[in-house]
Design a protein around this ligand. Sequence first.
Ligand code: NI
Length: 175
Amino acid sequence: MAVLEVYEYPHPVLKKKAVKVEKVDDALRKLMDDMLETMYSAVGVGLAAPQIGQSVRVLVIDYEQEEDENGNRIKGNPRYFVNPEIIWHSDEKVCGEEGCLSVPDQRAEVERHAQVRVHYLDYEGKEQEILADDFLAIVIQHELDHLDGILYIDRISRLKRNMLLKKLKKHREES
Ligand code: NI
């Protein structure tokens, strides 16, 4: 496995609509393994392929990570989603604070559907369906947005976005 570079706002690959995967094969599994490794290393809970510069419809999620004796993040309960599609969502919405590895060190409140039903292919290429709620529903919607070229900062008010981007600029100048 390899730790890859995480592309950050405003890289154009993050604005692109990603294409469907034709086949789940060893090359794709290697990509998913590398994405997971990259995500653990960057201390994130979800990562979409466009964030590592690959414009394909693939996500990895793991919010049950553990720590090894050196304090490094290790596999908890990794989930792999190939060609994920929301086939149903609740009318009920929830608001939660989100962050993104492509918008480092920033957070904002975003509104999402409380529940989503998602159809996808798993690590083996088998068709699956999941009814996600709570945190998983939020993470899936955030990551799925990445596949359509949408960042969470596109889902907040212009005023809040401008403030956040100013803070991001300041953060980058300082580091
Ligand atoms: Ni993100």
